[in-house]
Design a protein around this ligand. Structure first.
Ligand code: NAD
Length: 269
């Protein structure tokens, strides 16, 4: 059983770092050409380093700077990708940020920034991707499906998170966005799913793993007793994007070492 994404083009948002870079490498390893999206001038070098790793391993791709919360930039990213590579087969809606604050101290700017990238960004990219899937139609030389979207959500799609109301709200909303799109475009053979990571070792949550004390307390929440790696998410993303997963749509898959079994109840509650 081989996971193959040969002849397919994948856009991975926020691919200059962390989970997005892990997914980009996994998809490229399965044969996809990968657009490594990053948000700003500051992330150019990181994005180029991800591309170099991919091309050194024999893969193909391109870096593309675009702020996914900005409609004009997202439209242009999809237009440029289609004019250069012909079409888009896979969208990985991964870009995400945190702006944490106690709820009564959370500013509107902090709220809007997180909703803007984590939710509106996923809406804008999904809309442009689906328009392109429908324009192209099904091409069996690429995939049985007309297109695939994978939203990167979080365990906080279902676990409330004090001090992170903007982030948890954005992830809860992604579940409804994902399921609605799966329902609306199922008959068009567009598959839409979410991956919900638990604690994955990336810059976004450095405070939770960069000291032995922090890591120990994090491991108390994870029955499998290790922190996750970007590769753990990349492995599932490659499978979900492939035709091996052709009957999977409208669902959230948790990749969390058992975090959502609520470890704190393991001693009897
Ligand atoms: P990260 O900070 O390493 O990476 C985030 C990426 O998003 C970076 O490449 C950044 O440049 C990009 N980005 C930020 N704003 C952007 C914008 N406006 N436009 C385009 N790109 C933008 O964090 P990560 O941990 O890799 O997070 C990736 C996704 O995984 C996020 O959606 C996050 O919520 C989710 N997630 C992470 C964890 C975890 O434990 N690390 C757990 C659950 C969910």
């Amino acid at each position: 059983m081989e996971i193959s994404l040969r002849n397919q083009l994948a856009v991975v948002t926020g691919a200059s770092s962390g989970i997005g870079s892990g997914i980009a490498k996994s998809l490229a390893n399965a044969g996809a050409t990968v657009i490594i999206n990053h948000s700003s001038e500051r992330s150019v070098e990181e994005a180029q380093a991800v591309l170099k790793e991919i091309t050194d391993a024999g893969g193909r791709g391109m870096t593309y700077q675009c702020d996914v919360s900005k409609e004009d930039q997202v439209i242009k990213m999809f237009q440029d990708t289609v004019s250069q590579f012909g079409t888009v087969d896979i969208l990985i809606n991964n870009a995400g940020i945190q702006k944490d604050a106690k709820f009564t101290e959370m500013t509107l700017d902090q709220w809007n920034a997180v909703i803007g990238v984590n939710l509106t960004g996923q809406f804008l990219c999904a809309r442009e991707a689906i328009k392109e899937f429908l324009r192209r139609g099904i091409d069996p030389s690429r995939s049985i499906a007309c297109g695939k979207i994978i939203h990167i959500s979080s365990v906080h799609e279902i676990i409330p998170w004090a001090g992170h109301a903007n982030y948890a709200s954005s992830k809860g909303a992604i579940r409804m966005l994902m399921q609605t799109l799966a329902q609306e475009y199922g008959a068009d053979k567009i598959r839409v799913n979410s991956i919900c990571p638990g604690a994955i070792q990336t810059p976004i949550n450095k405070d939770a793993w960069s000291t032995p004390e922090a890591l120990n307390s994090l491991l108390n929440l994870i029955p499998y007793n290790r922190i996750g790696l970007p590769q753990d998410i990349g492995n599932l993303a490659a499978f979900l994007a492939s035709d091996l997963a052709d009957y999977i749509t409208g669902t959230s898959i948790f990749v969390d070492g058992g975090m959502t079994t609520f470890e704190s109840f393991s001693t009897g509650g």
